[in-house]
Design a protein around this ligand. Structure first.
Ligand SMILES: [Zn+2]
Length: 68
């Protein structure tokens, strides 16, 4: 299990990236929302989509959930 966060600021393509705790691309505290403790990034992205319809896994910490 790991803590996941979603970036409150969208990327240039409109995606809100989902990060796993410890990722070096983690947004600062004021720019992220805690999603919860999940066993897979897939569950984290599903949760993120409740807040931001266009959510995507981070390419670095959640490559299995990253689509481009
Ligand atoms: Zn990341």
């Amino acid at each position: 299990m790991a803590n996941y966060y979603v970036n409150d600021n969208a990327q240039s393509n409109g995606d809100h990236e989902v990060h796993k705790e410890g990722c070096s691309w983690m947004p600062s505290v004021s720019n992220r929302t805690y999603l919860g403790d999940f066993s897979t990034c897939k569950d984290a992205v599903t949760e993120a989509k409740k807040k931001y319809r266009q959510s995507n896994g981070c390419k670095y910490c959640s490559p299995l959930c990253h689509t481009s």
